[in-house]
Write a protein that binds this ligand. Structure first.
Ligand SMILES: NC(=O)c1ccc[n+]([C@@H]2O[C@H](COP(=O)([O-])OP(=O)(O)OC[C@H]3O[C@@H](n4cnc5c(N)ncnc54)[C@H](OP(=O)(O)O)[C@@H]3O)[C@@H](O)[C@H]2O)c1
Length: 426
């Protein structure tokens, strides 16, 4: 099987190394030799630490698709538009299978690319695009194919999980820990895709499509990142027996599909709470299998390349599945549930002046809006000064809670906007 690799960065070089190291093993596993015949990058002169002798170099990656000496294209460039998309379209249109690690591309154009692959009797594979080295695409699409999923959720971004873990362990603030993560190479110079939840949302949109047989719909994902998570919230979470994680949650309810990415309080004793540092984890809950948990490295050269090779081997061995588990024309648009309709428990932190009657006023608003308080805690006592009042609620619709918080925000004795974090029932 002659491979063309577009993109020779972290992932592309990792793929070259695995093929160099495990050539014979891979050949046995897929029934034919894997040979890299063509490569593409921006800079031909860059030393990439791997031997590219004998491979045709393409300055324009898209041209690789038409090379008769390329039978499968590995798109490892990135980005939802531009050359990555053009290359995938060109290869699929010519009936050549594509393997990609590009979650942005799949989240935005997944359905149309899946259709293009099918129309040309070829395949589009993307194990590396979701949770890096964890074979979650295969698990949901094949291993758990007998189930209807009630919920699929997980820690889908290693950078955020690293930052939250460090904040918890050191008591440090978001900004300082982010700066350290950047120095250590765990966060990009521009961290916004990661810390603002966009990267996790890309992956969640793909998982939702796979789990529920619905067209990929990134625009319907509710996204909230971790910038507002404070050391104070992490400390209070601990007191209540929780840890804060950035979760992506896809859920099928009576009303339709919920897709949300936001910080969540998870009980310390749940499997997801113990996933720390740059690790990712996904939990898939099927009606017959019950809860299944997958954990591993969600990024990096080795783990991501490992997932790319899994797809390459499947295709070379003739094991081909529809992109999102069912043929593209069987993907069914399901109603999307807005986050305001979410029903759950919440953690709320109010910053108020320590004055008589404040708690009574807060309680009255919650009573009026039908929000039932589970526990309430006021730390410290400093009359006339600002204090944190922290509470957790019983199950309530988010819209009702938001209404109550808006009213509380307008109180004279409220010093800062109330902070709310959803509590996950796992
Ligand atoms: N890194 C990870 O841990 C990880 C994990 C999961 C998924 N992914 C996904 O994998 C893909 C690649 O990520 P990466 O981390 O390997 O990125 P990277 O290290 O930045 O590498 C990107 C590569 O693409 C090449 N490139 C950029 N523009 C190009 C163009 N117009 N034509 C041809 N080549 C071009 C670059 O060439 P030069 O080297 O010449 O500049 C570079 O080799 C992305 O979709 C990413 O989201 C990455």
């Amino acid at each position: 099987m002659k491979l063309g690799i577009a993109g020779l960065g972290t992932v592309g070089v990792g793929v070259v190394k695995i093929i160099e190291k495990h050539g014979e093993l891979l050949a046995n596993r897929c029934g034919q030799t894997l040979e890299i015949t063509a490569v593409s990058g921006r800079d031909k002169t860059k030393d990439r630490g791997v031997n590219l002798d004998g491979m045709t170099w393409y300055d324009n990656a898209v041209d690789m698709a038409a090379d008769p000496n390329v039978e499968m294209v590995l798109e490892l460039i990135g980005g939802s538009e531009g050359v990555a998309k053009d290359l995938c379209e060109a290869a699929l249109s010519q009936g050549k299978p594509v393997v990609t690690a590009n979650k942005a591309l799949l989240a935005v154009h997944g359905t149309e690319l899946a259709r293009l692959a099918e129309d040309n009797n070829t395949s589009l594979a993307y194990e590396a695009a979701v949770a890096g080295g964890i074979p979650i695409v295969k698990a949901i699409r094949e291993g758990l194919a007998g189930n209807v999923f009630s919920r699929v959720y997980g820690i889908l971004n290693g950078t955020c999980n690293y930052i939250l873990t460090e904040m918890e362990e050191t008591g440090g603030d978001f900004g300082d820990i982010l700066a350290d993560a950047q120095k250590l190479g765990y966060a990009e110079a521009d961290p916004s895709f990661d810390v603002d939840g966009v990267d996790a949302a890309h992956k969640l949109a793909i998982l939702t499509s796979l789990a529920y047989g619905t067209p990929v719909d990134f625009d319907s994902v509710y996204i909230e990142g971790i910038r507002e998570v404070s050391a104070l919230d992490i400390a209070f979470a601990k007191e209540f027996g929780y840890r804060i994680k950035l979760l992506g949650v896809a859920r099928h309810t009576d009303k339709g599909i919920e897709q949300r990415v936001h910080p969540c309080m998870v009980r310390c004793e749940t499997p997801i709470a113990s996933v720390s540092g740059v690790f990712n984890a996904v939990v898939a809950e099927g009606d017959f299998v019950d809860s299944t948990v997958y954990e591993g490295r969600g990024a990096g050269e080795g783990p991501t390349a490992s997932a790319v090779l899994a797809d390459v081997i499947d295709i070379a061995a003739g094991r081909i599945s529809p992109t999102f588990g069912v043929p593209a024309d069987k993907l069914v648009d399901l109603p999307k549930v807005a986050v305001e309709e979410h029903v759950g428990c919440y953690y709320v932190r109010l910053t108020v002046l320590d004055k008589p009657g404040v708690i009574a006023d807060v309680s009255a608003v919650f009573r009026d809006e039908d929000v039932s308080i589970e526990s309430l805690l006021q730390r410290g006592r400093s009359p006339g000064q600002e204090v944190s009042v922290v509470l957790t609620t019983h199950e309530v619709q988010e819209a009702a809670l938001l209404k109550a918080l808006k009213r509380i925000e307008n109180f004279d004795h409220t010093v800062a906007a109330p902070r709310m974090i959803r509590i996950a029932t796992l």
